[in-house]
Design a protein around this ligand. Structure first.
Ligand SMILES: Nc1ncnc2c1ncn2[C@@H]1O[C@H](COP(=O)(O)OP(=O)(O)OP(=O)(O)O)[C@@H](O)[C@H]1O
Length: 324
C-alpha cells in the first residue's frame, strides 16, 4: 500500500497560492526529500500530510486520512517547534513517550540523536543544534511507520547531520517511510531516494537525484585559475565550450581523462595555468536551473558580447576585453 498518496492538493491563503494541484505518492520505506525556495509551499505540504492545515484535494497515509490515522503510526517534526524550556532533554522525551502506549525509551532516542551526554541539560540551555536534535527525537519516540520532518537538520553541525542521516537511513531500511523538507541539496542528494522540487506551490520535478541531475544538472565543469590576465586568454583552440565565471576560466563537459589535453591546449596558447578543479553537476545545479536562479550555463557574462559565443554548445569562447 502507498505510504503517502497526495492527489490534486491545493491550498491558498487569501491571494497566495501555497500549493497548486500537487499530486505525489511515496512508497513504504522510501525517503522522499522535498526542496524548493523560501515560500515555495514545503511546510504547507508537510502540514497537509500531517493533517495540521486544511486543503482541497486528498491526502491518504496508508490509505487513511491524515487526521484519522492512528497517531502512533505518525511522527512529525514541524519547522517551528518550541518545547517547554525548563525541562531537560530526557524529561522532554519522557513527556512525549508518555503520550503513547508503546514508545521507545528516552535514553535510546537520546542516544540515537547524539544527545545522551546532554540528557540532563535544560532545553533552554542546549545549543540551537542540540535543541533541534531533541525535537527530532520527539518525532521518533513512538517508533512511527511514517516520519514527516520539516527541515530536521537546520542548525545541526556537519557531524550531527551525518549521524542523523545514518539514523534516518537505518529507519528507512527497517521500513519507516520518511518525508522530509530541506534546503540542503547535499542532504537531499545523499539521503533521498527521490526528490521533489516545489516552486511557487507547484511540484515542478520529481525523480531520483541521479535522474534529476542527468536531466537538468548540465555539464561537468573544469575550472581553470590562470596567472595570465583573463582578457588575454585565448581559448579558441579548445574543442570545448568555455566561459569566464567568477574570474576563472571554466571549460564545460570535459571528461576527467581529457583534462591533460585541455591544459596542453591552453599552455600552447600561452595561458599560464595556476590551478584546476573539476566538478560534476550536483542536485544544487538542478535546483538552480529549475528554480530559475541559475547564473547561466556559459557563465555570468553571457549578456556581454565578449562571451556570447559561450551560449553555443561546442563553440570555444575566446574571452576578450570586458570579460574579465
Ligand atoms: N498561515 C499562513 N497565512 C498566510 N500565508 C501563509 C501561511 N502559511 C504559509 N503562507 C504562505 O504560503 C506560501 C508557502 O509557505 P510555506 O511556509 O509553505 O513555504 P516553504 O516552502 O515552507 O518556505 P520556507 O523554505 O521559507 O520554510 C508562502 O507564500 C507563505 O507566505
Amino acid at each position: 500500500m502507498t505510504a503517502i498518496a497526495i492527489d490534486d492538493v491545493r491550498r491558498t491563503y487569501g491571494d497566495t497560492v501555497a500549493l497548486d494541484a500537487v499530486s505525489l505518492s511515496v512508497d513504504p520505506g522510501e525517503i522522499f526529500g522535498l526542496v524548493g525556495p523560501n515560500g515555495a509551499g514545503k511546510t504547507t505540504l508537510a502540514r497537509a500530510i500531517t493533517g495540521t492545515t486544511d486543503y482541497d484535494g486528498t491526502v491518504a497515509l496508508f490509505g487513511e486520512q491524515p487526521r484519522a490515522i492512528d497517531r502512533s503510526r505518525l511522527g512529525s517534526l514541524p519547522q517551528s517547534f518550541s518545547p517547554h524550556e525548563r525541562l531537560t532533554a530526557r524529561e522532554l522525551l519522557e513527556y512525549y513517550a508518555g503520550l503513547y502506549d508503546d514508545a521507545l525509551t528516552p535514553g535510546r532516542v537520546l542516544d540515537d540523536v547524539g544527545l545522551i551526554d546532554s540528557a540532563d541539560t535544560y532545553y533552554e540551555n542546549l545549543s540551537g543544534g542540540q535543541q533541534r536534535r531533541v525535537c527530532v527525537g520527539s518525532a521518533l519516540v513512538n517508533d512511527p511507520d511514517l516520519l514527516v520532518l520539516d527541515e530536521p537538520t537546520t542548525g545541526i553541525d556537519p557531524a550531527g547531520r551525518r549521524q542523523l542521516w545514518d539514523l534516518l537511513e537505518g529507519l528507512a531500511a527497517d521500513g519507516t517511510t520518511i518525508f522530509l523538507t530541506t534546503h540542503d541539496m547535499h542532504e537531499a542528494e545523499r539521503l533521498a531516494n527521490r526528490v521533489g522540487l516545489l516552486a511557487d506551490g507547484e511540484l515542478v520535478a520529481v525523480d531520483t537525484p541521479r535522474a534529476l541531475i542527468d536531466a537538468h544538472g548540465g555539464e561537468s565543469r573544469l575550472t581553470v585559475e590562470t596567472a595570465s590576465p583573463l582578457a588575454e586568454v585565448d581559448a579558441s583552440g579548445l574543442d570545448y565550450r568555455a566561459a569566464i565565471v567568477d574570474n576563472d576560466l571554466r571549460v564545460f563537459d570535459v571528461a576527467p581523462t581529457e583534462i591533460g589535453t585541455v591544459v596542453d591546449s591552453l599552455t600552447d596558447a600561452g595561458v599560464q595555468v595556476e590551478s584546476l578543479s573539476w566538478a560534476e553537476p550536483t542536485l544544487e545545479d538542478v535546483y538552480l536551473e529549475l528554480t530559475g536562479t541559475a547564473v547561466g550555463r556559459g557563465g555570468q557574462r553571457l549578456d556581454d558580447g565578449a562571451a556570447s559565443a559561450a551560449e553555443e554548445p561546442n563553440a570555444p569562447t575566446p574571452p576578450t576585453e570586458g570579460s574579465s
